[in-house]
Design a protein around this ligand. Structure first.
Ligand code: NAD
Ligand code: TYD
Length: 337
């Protein structure tokens, strides 16, 4: 099968490309990625020369390029991950989130409609559901109630994808996963940022009271879920993924300090994120029941492995947090107190 995978040089995309090449030897992956600050061709450097992986640098908003790829590569399925993905950046500069996440998705849906595909997997997020109170879980029937420009742009693209399934009978499957962690994650997100700061003895910026809750899943478990959804998902259906690993932010930060052997005096409580969602928690029973999927990684053990990966790959993240990222860091954290 010829698969167009968008965003394959990002965190989840690069882990997914590796999984697909290993587990589906008859598939060919065309990886379309714009290489924004978050995308890094180095993430897949070990695949150079692999005839089953073609990297194309380009923008999902470029309809002509997409049509050309569908035609020349005889695309049969789409796995759509490319997106602007960081909530804090969406608060600083929302426009690019609308352009890439909403318009870019619509360009891909149109091309899939024109050329025909067996499956269009749209990778959405649990953040489309908004924030939970202290109890309860997101199910696929929870009403969408996004709160940040990021989650609103993802909710828009999620609904567009479902509208193409309903109106045009495009075989769309939508997945909504909780927070991922693991290797190759850009160190602007909570876990890699805290690891990178801890190993350099820099302050660990905790938003608000540190008691917000996220439900963590290892990226490889998510990638396996995406493969299962592509192969066994029913068109027009939504599948949640999560690993029942709710943790308070502050507990994760303390664990990172323990794992890196650094003192808790590095913790710095800073001004809260605007509109900060309090709690996310996923009910993944539908994916387990209907896709035969289950997470394999246990959070504390896999977090320890992740910390070791960042320690061993310091050159990788030190290179990518130079330049543009330093400007972002100063803008995001420079004035926080
Ligand atoms: P990421 O920011 O690490 O990677 C995004 C990739 O998309 C980058 O390689 C970037 O270069 C590429 N990209 C951005 N704009 C593009 C454009 N206009 N055209 C082509 N490529 C473009 O993101 P991630 O964490 O790997 O997330 C991947 C997907 O999974 C996103 O759709 C995100 O919303 C979703 N998701 C992420 C999480 C998470 O915890 N990280 C959880 C659930 C869902
Ligand atoms: P993040 O990794 O940005 O994921 P999301 O907001 O999409 O869930 O943040 C995870 C949690 O960590 C969220 O509650 C915000 C918090 N956080 C901090 O406390 N400090 C930080 O520097 C960052 C980046 C996040």
């Amino acid at each position: 099968m010829n698969v167009l995978l968008t965003g394959g040089c990002g965190f989840i995309g690069s882990n997914l490309v590796r999984l697909l090449l290993a587990e589906r030897p008859e598939w060919r992956i065309v990886n379309l990625d714009k290489l924004t600050y978050a995308g890094n061709a180095e993430n897949l450097a070990d695949l150079a020369g692999n005839p089953r992986h073609r990297f194309v640098r380009g923008d999902i908003c470029n309809g002509e390029l997409i049509a050309d790829l569908f035609r020349t590569e005889k695309i049969e399925a789409v796995m759509h991950l490319a997106a602007e993905s960081h909530v804090d950046r969406s608060i600083l500069s929302p426009s690019v989130f609308i352009e890439t996440n909403v318009r870019g998705t619509q360009v891909l849906l149109e091309a899939a409609r024109e050329f025909g595909v067996q499956r269009f997997l749209h990778v959405s997020t649990d953040e489309v559901y908004g924030s939970l109170g202290p109890t309860g879980l997101f199910t696929e029937l929870t009403p969408l109630d996004p709160s940040s420009p990021y989650s609103a742009s993802k909710a828009s693209s999620d609904l567009l994808a479902l509208a193409y399934a309903h109106t045009f009978k495009l075989p769309v499957v939508v997945t909504r996963c909780s927070n991922n962690y693991g290797p190759w994650q850009f160190p602007e997100k909570l876990i890699p940022l805290m690891i990178a700061n801890a190993v350099r003895d820099l302050p660990l910026p905790v938003y608000g009271d540190g008691l917000n809750v996220r439900d963590w899943i290892h990226v490889e478990d998510h990638a396996r879920g995406l493969l299962a959804a592509l192969e066994r998902g029913v068109p027009g259906q939504v599948y949640n993924f999560g690993a029942a690993s709710e943790r308070h932010n502050i507990d994760i930060v303390k664990l990172v300090l323990t794992l890196t052997g650094k003192p808790e005096s590095l913790i710095k409580y800073v001004t809260d994120r605007l509109g900060h969602d309090r709690r996310y928690a996923i009910d993944a029973a539908k994916a387990t029941r209907e896709l035969g999927w289950a997470p394999r990684h246990q959070f504390e053990r896999a977090l320890a492995e992740t910390v070791r990966w960042y320690q061993a790959n310091r050159a990788w993240w030190e290179r990518i947090i130079s330049g543009e990222y330093l400007k972002y860091y100063a803008q995001q954290y420079g004035t926080k107190s």
